[in-house]
Design a protein around this ligand. Structure first.
Ligand code: ZN
Ligand code: ZN
Length: 136
């Protein structure tokens, strides 16, 4: 599946790209570059953080990945496929909860119709106060 994703995006298969996509795919939540770095480093020392950032940027440009930017400035990554997820994050305790459906799917289709653009991806994150923090 990952090989196919790279092929469809016109990207050459490299060990690093494969590894990063593999890690993101197996992660249940969006994952940060630092976390990916830790995982790769624990298996082999043959990488550094800037290489990982570079690879992540390429994969985002080619729309294989969605980048999620949090209000605190940290970015995390997830696969940009039909199973991509959105989260709502509590601004007080930073807890995240999964949102079941993609809230922008219909809007995105409408924009395609109206503008003729090909939408290659989107990034949306909701912030709020979780019920626990709301009680305080
Ligand atoms: Zn909270
Ligand atoms: Zn979505």
């Amino acid at each position: 599946m990952i090989e196919e994703m790279l092929k469809n995006a016109g990207l050459k298969k490299t060990k690093q790209r494969n590894l990063i996509l593999e890690i993101i795919k197996s992660s249940s939540k969006p994952i940060t570059a630092e976390k990916i770095f830790e995982i790769i480093k624990s298996e082999s020392n043959n990488t550094n953080l800037s290489t990982i950032y570079r690879t992540l940027n390429i994969l985002c440009e080619k729309s294989l990945l969605l980048k999620i930017l949090k209000s605190d400035g940290t970015a995390s990554y997830q696969l940009n496929d039909a199973s991509h997820k959105h989260y709502i994050t509590c601004c007080a305790c930073q807890n995240s909860v999964l949102i079941d459906s993609c809230p922008i799917k219909d809007l995105s289709d409408k924009i395609v119709n109206e503008t003729g653009y090909i939408v290659t991806g989107h990034s949306i994150e909701l912030t709020g106060i979780c019920p626990k923090c709301n009680k305080k």
